[in-house]
Write a protein that binds this ligand. Structure first.
Ligand SMILES: Cc1ncc(COP(=O)(O)O)c(C=O)c1O
Length: 370
C-alpha cells in the first residue's frame, strides 16, 4: 500500500491517520498500491488459507495485524450451464459485509481507534458487532426501526449497543452523528477507505475460482455500492498485476429494488451523480439506501464496464428469491433474489446472450429476514 487518494479529485491523504473522506471535497478515499512491485500470481495462491487474506499483497493490513473470523473464499456454485451463484451467505455473520468489516476493523484498530460505530441496513451492523468483539473494541450501531429483530439480537449477542431509529439508513447515520458516542470511529459505507478493500476480494476470487477467466456478466445487488465499486477496482488491479488482459472486465449489472433505485435512475438519465430517492421502500433492506455517497462511482463502474442497471419490483424479487432457493438449495436473501430476477429480465431483453458466463451474487443469508 502506497497511500490514499480521493476517488473524485485525486488529492493525496496520509495513510497513517484514521482516514475518513477527502478533506477537500468530502468524497470517498481510494487505497493505492504499488502494483508493479507486487509479485503475486494465481499459482502462488494454491497453498494459502481459504480466506480473503490469501490476497494479502493487495490488502491494507500488514501480516499479523488482521482482525479475522476466516471471511471470504466463499463457494462459486454452478447452478445452470454457464450460470454461477457466488454464495456470500457463507461468510461469518452470514453476509459479504464480513469482508469489508474485517478490513476496516483491522485498520481502525491498528491506527488507534478506541471504539467503532456505523449506521446499517442490518448486515453491516451484525458484521461490525462481531469484528468489534474480535478486536476488543466497543461498537455502537443504529438501524431503521423496521429492520427485522434478528439483526438487533445478533448485534447485542456480540456485546454491541444497537439503536432502532425511525426512517432509513440515512436517518440512522444522522442519529449516530448527533447522539452516538463521540469517541467512536465512524466506519459507515465509504466514509472510511478500507471496507472497499475487503469487498474487492470478491472480484479476485471470481478470477481465481474461474481459473483465470473473466465472467461476461456479474449481477450485483447495489445499496451503498461498496461491493460493486470494490469489484470494479479489483478488475483494474488484476489487469495491472498481469492476471487478466488490460481493460478486461465483466459487464457489471447494478441491481436495485424498484422502491429505491437511485443508481438505476442515474444510469438511465445519463447523469454523472445519483440524486436522493424520496420515500425509499423495499423488503430488501440492504438495497434501501436512498442517497449513496459512492453513487457516482457505481455509475462509473457500470459505464466503464459497458454494463447496465435494473430495478426489480418487490413481487418479482420475492418470487425470484424462493425460486432460486428451491432450484439450488442456496440460502437466498431478498437482495440475491433481486439479482436472480434481474437475470431473467436481461435474458428477455437480449442484454445477456446464450453461452455467456454469468455470475449472480447472493450477498447474504435469507434467514435473518424472517
Ligand atoms: C444482503 C445485502 N446485499 C446487498 C447490500 C448492498 O451492499 P452495497 O453497500 O455493497 O451496495 C447489502 C447492504 O446492506 C446487504 O445487506
Amino acid at each position: 500500500m502506497t497511500g490514499l487518494s480521493c476517488f473524485a479529485c485525486d488529492k493525496a491523504h496520509d495513510p497513517r491517520a484514521l482516514a475518513t473522506v477527502c478533506s477537500a471535497c468530502s468524497m470517498p478515499l481510494r487505497v493505492d498500491y504499488d502494483l508493479a512491485a507486487v509479485r503475486l500470481s494465481l499459482t502462488d495462491l494454491a497453498h494459502r488459507p481459504p480466506t480473503m487474506w490469501r490476497y494479502r499483497e493487495v490488502l491494507p493490513a500488514p501480516e499479523g495485524t488482521e482482525v479475522t473470523l476466516a471471511e471470504g473464499y466463499t463457494p462459486l456454485l454452478e447452478i445452470e450451464p454457464n450460470v454461477w451463484v457466488k454464495d456470500e451467505a457463507r461468510n461469518p455473520t452470514g453476509s459479504f459485509k464480513a469482508r469489508g468489516m474485517a478490513a476496516a476493523v483491522s485498520m481502525a484498530k491498528q491506527l488507534g481507534a478506541h471504539a467503532l460505530s456505523a449506521p446499517s441496513a442490518g448486515n453491516a451492523a451484525g458484521a461490525l458487532a462481531a469484528y468489534g468483539a474480535r478486536a476488543g473494541l466497543p461498537v455502537t450501531v443504529a438501524m431503521p426501526e423496521d429492520t427485522p429483530r434478528t439483526f438487533f439480537e445478533e448485534c447485542r449477542l456480540y456485546g454491541a449497543t444497537a439503536h432502532a431509529v425511525p426512517g432509513t439508513i440515512a436517518d440512522a447515520g444522522r442519529f449516530l452523528r448527533e447522539h452516538g458516542p463521540k469517541d467512536a470511529f465512524d466506519v459507515s459505507t465509504l466514509r472510511e477507505p478500507y471496507r472497499i478493500e475487503g469487498k474487492k476480494t470478491m472480484g479476485y476470487e471470481l478470477v481465481e475460482q474461474m481459473a483465470g477467466e473473466v465472467p461476461d456478466v456479474v449481477l450485483y445487488p447495489t445499496g451503498g455500492g461498496t461491493g460493486l465499486i470494490g469489484m470494479w477496482k479489483a478488475f483494474r488491479e488484476m489487469a495491472a498485476l498481469g492476471w487478466i488482459a488490460a481493460g478486461r472486465m465483466p459487464r457489471f449489472v447494478s441491481v436495485q429494488a424498484a422502491g429505491c433505485a437511485p443508481v438505476v435512475r442515474g444510469f438511465e438519465t445519463g447523469a454523472a451523480r445519483t440524486e436522493p430517492w424520496a420515500d425509499a421502500e423495499t423488503r430488501a433492506y440492504g438495497l434501501r439506501v436512498p442517497a449513496p455517497l459512492g453513487g457516482f462511482l457505481c455509475l462509473r463502474a457500470i459505464r466503464e464496464s459497458r454494463g447496465t442497471a435494473v430495478a426489480v419490483p418487490e413481487e418479482a424479487m420475492q418470487r425470484a428469491t424462493t425460486e432460486l432457493a428451491a432450484k439450488s438449495g442456496i440460502d437466498v436473501c431478498p437482495e440475491g433474489g433481486a439479482a436472480w430476477a434481474a437475470l431473467a429480465k436481461l435474458r428477455a431483453t437480449g442484454f445477456v446472450r446464450d453461452g455467456e458466463r454469468i455470475v449472480v451474487f447472493n450477498t447474504g443469508t435469507g434467514l435473518k429476514y424472517r
